[in-house]
Design a protein around this ligand. Structure first.
Ligand code: ATP
Ligand code: MG
Length: 287
């Protein structure tokens, strides 16, 4: 199934990101809904080529937990992508509406995201921008990883921090260390860190390296990520959740488990066979 951005009509704006806008669009012929991400492009040809190459690889990615890309267009000044429309919005939207997410739902979210990460990692793809606004949900209660704007195919060089378009807040400590770029673990393990941080934020309702409501500039945040103890869940969290987060947020990337081994962690594995109903996460959103 191939959808040309030119064959769609914009219905409304779904959200704004640092790189551009996301629209809800409708395919003129089929009437089907999609999301259209439009990236305003100021980059030179080489960078543009790289974005399109990576997008091409991801278009061949096929996992129930990775948002599908159906087509792209490369016009002067902008690149646009036709994406699977996720009608429940992002986990960041859920947090805005519900403040915190209870553990049983977090476990189900973690399970689905880990399946997506496992798929990407065995295909040598590192996402590099796992955070609540890039984890999307739909009415079928599927949670999917979106936004491959800065993802990379392992073996290619990791870009330094200043080349990122989004926030660096979810980046793991080793990603600030230029010497660790070639390391065996830096790629995959960085996604595990970001997942742990995102889940912890969902559990508490605030970004783990800051106190509730605190705003910090980027250098302050980077110092906290690199030099303070990794954050941990509140005292009343379950032992399983505490252990899961502890494993994800280890400073040494070599110690962080792979996605496949986390899938059998008691926090994630305990509800296998009795599916968790994620519909409460969707209730506060206007679908
Ligand atoms: P950043 O630019 O730092 O990644 P962001 O993730 O919020 O920030 P975008 O990736 O541009 O920015 O996405 C903006 C918003 O659009 C998301 O938060 C989400 O609510 C919505 N969105 C993105 N992709 C889809 C999609 N496939 N289906 C439905 N909504 C989407
Ligand atoms: Mg995004």
């Amino acid at each position: 199934e191939e959808v040309d951005p030119e064959d769609t009509i914009k219905l409304r704006v779904l959200g704004h990101g640092s790189s551009g806008k996301v629209y809800q669009v409708q395919h003129k012929l089929s009437g089907r809904l999609y999301a259209l991400k439009v990236i305003q492009e100021k980059h030179e040809l080489a960078v543009r080529k790289q974005i399109l190459t990576e997008m091409d690889i991801l278009r061949r990615a096929s996992s129930p937990h990775v948002v599908r890309c159906y087509g792209s267009a490369d016009k002067v000044g902008e690149i646009s992508f036709v994406l699977e429309y996720m009608d429940g919005g992002s986990l960041a939207n859920v947090l805005e509406a519900q403040k915190v997410v209870a553990e049983p739902y977090l476990a189900e979210v973690a399970r689905q995201v880990l399946r997506g990460l496992h798929y990407l990692h065995i295909n040598k793809i590192v996402h590099r921008d796992i955070k609540p606004s890039n984890l999307l949900i739909n009415h079928k209660q599927e949670v999917k990883i979106a936004d491959f704007g800065v993802s990379t195919i392992l073996a290619s060089t990791l870009a330094p921090c200043n080349s990122f378009v989004g926030t660096c807040a979810y980046m793991s400590p080793e990603r600030f260390d230029p010497d660790s770029h070639g390391g065996n673990y830096s790629g995959y393990a960085a996604d595990i860190w970001s997942l742990g941080l995102s889940l912890l934020e969902c559990a508490t309702g605030y970004f783990p390296f800051l106190s509730p409501g605190q705003k910090a500039d980027w250098p302050t945040l980077m110092v906290a990520i690199c030099y303070s103890e990794p954050p941990s869940p509140p005292a009343n969290a379950s032992p399983q959740f505490k252990d899961f987060i502890k494993r994800c947020l280890q400073k040494d990337p070599a110690l962080r488990p792979r996605a496949c081994s986390l899938l059998s962690h008691p926090f994630v594995a305990r509800d296998e066979g009795s599916p968790v109903d994620l519909s409460t996460l969707l209730q506060s959103l206007n679908l």
